[in-house]
Design a protein around this ligand. Structure first.
Ligand code: NZQ
Ligand code: ZN
Length: 384
């Protein structure tokens, strides 16, 4: 196992009726800005619950954060927050609202230079306003991690930002908030969670059997729970399980002491920025292609994945990996997520700019940090 430091300071409040606890979680004297998306929280009662809990607080609002939140929208929130003297941010929404809120939290005190430098040039985040989250989509894990992914509309870029300053102070996970989600968003969340696990699990063995089994536990739970979204049974239990899987998949515990390969996310982000694909839909295309392209270097872990997650043991290594990847694709497709570029009328030739951009980045992609433009081209060809 590799050396690691693990420190996750996010307080999680999980369960029905927990939005009311905002009354105690948000500091009494705070000047709060509530941030949200295009309005789903007004239709499903989340907004009313938040406002009722904060009725004794001073609260301003900023709505209209779009999926794949843009720098441009975030900077409008920054200007508004500065003018109101805001000192606490509360995100109510999915990954997009939470990520935007994290960037805004860092951008408000970043008065020397352009806050975009923290994203593009990796200028370190030196401070951020405290923030809390009310999660309404089980998917990204943003509620319990230090990441944010921000897009720049004018340059068609979508780039992650990381900082210890961006951990939420708390996150409220009430599975009831997810009943208003269209099936499409729930399915997207399952695939995003699946991909997050795979990118920390499917690399090379690091003699970390606990982390392997934690990863497999999440994958197996997703396989068991996701099909129940269609059935009449206990919808709350299914949503609660998917929600906790999503949070656990990307709260940095699976990555303790093991290598990671985030190339599917890197390529997927560029597909989103270039063609507008939803985040999870980009991953459903790219992840199977990355795993197939890297099958020799990932063989040991792919065979373990095949055996323990899919129960597959064919005669040869290639046959076993092919069977596991076919089942993975089938799982995504059964959830309604296509797994081929052609399903979106995109050809690998349309992706040249993505290959060039990722081939020029430092460090290169993959757990060995050596996948360049030619590899990205080969991966996209496999995803055709
Ligand atoms: O705009 P609103 O009204 O909120 O509507 C949203 C949006 O249209 C809607 N929605 C959210 N909660 C709802 C709801 N509709 C009905 N009922 C509810 N309870 O769902 C749509 C999608 O929301 P979004 O927040 O974009 O989805 P998701 O949670 O999948 O977030 C995706 C974003 O997170 C980033 C992605 O790149 C993408 O930008 N990620 C962030 C990560 C992180 N911070 O660690 C990691 C992930 O890999 C990912 O990259
Ligand atoms: Zn993701």
């Amino acid at each position: 196992m590799q050396n690691f430091v693990f420190h996750n300071p996010v307080k999680i409040i999980f369960g029905q009726g927990t939005i009311a606890s905002l009354a105690e979680l948000v500091p009494a004297r705070a000047r709060v800005m509530l941030l949200y998306g295009s309005g789903s929280i007004k239709g499903n009662g989340v907004y009313d619950q938040v406002m009722a809990a904060l009725r004794h607080h001073r609260v301003e609002e900023f709505g209209g954060i779009e999926p794949n939140p843009s720098y441009e929208t975030c900077m409008r929130a920054v200007a508004q927050a500065r003018s109101f003297g805001i000192d606490f941010l509360l995100a109510a929404g999915g990954g997009s609202v939470m990520d935007a809120t994290k960037f805004i939290a860092a951008a408000i005190p970043h008065t020397q230079g352009d806050p975009w430098d923290m994203v593009l040039k990796k200028v370190p985040v030196s401070a951020a306003l405290p923030l809390g989250c009310v999660v309404t989509v089980p998917a990204t894990g943003s509620e319990m991690n230090l990441n944010a992914v921000i897009s720049r509309t004018e340059t068609q870029e979508k780039i992650p930002l990381k900082s210890e300053h961006l951990y939420p102070r708390f996150s409220i996970l009430d599975p009831d908030t997810t009943f208003s989600l269209p099936y499409r968003q729930l399915a997207n969340g399952v695939v995003d969670t699946f991909a997050h696990v795979c990118e920390q699990y499917l690399t090379y063995p690091a003699n970390a059997p606990l982390q392997d089994r934690q990863a497999e536990a999440i994958l197996l739970t997703l396989l068991e729970e996701a099909p129940k979204l269609h059935s009449e049974g206990d919808g709350y239990a299914v949503r609660a399980n998917l929600m906790w899987c999503a949070t656990q998949a990307l709260n940095h515990s699976l990555s303790c002491g093991v290598p990671g390969d985030w190339s599917s996310h890197a390529i997927g982000h560029d597909l989103t920025a270039r063609f507008g694909l939803e985040h999870a839909r980009s991953l459903a295309i790219v992840l199977p292609a990355v795993l197939s392209h890297q099958r020799h270097r990932k063989a040991e872990k792919l065979l373990q994945f095949a055996r323990r997650v899919w129960g597959v043991t064919e005669t040869t290594t290639d046959q076993t990996i092919d069977a596991a990847l076919a089942r993975t694709r089938n799982f995504f497709e059964t959830l309604g997520l296509p797994t081929r570029l052609r399903d979106y009328q995109i050809s690998p030739a349309d992706c040249r700019i993505i290959e060039q951009r990722l081939g020029a980045r430092e460090p290169l992609l993959g757990e060995h940090q050596d996948l360049g433009a030619a590899d990205v081209a080969a991966i996209l060809a496999l995803a055709e």
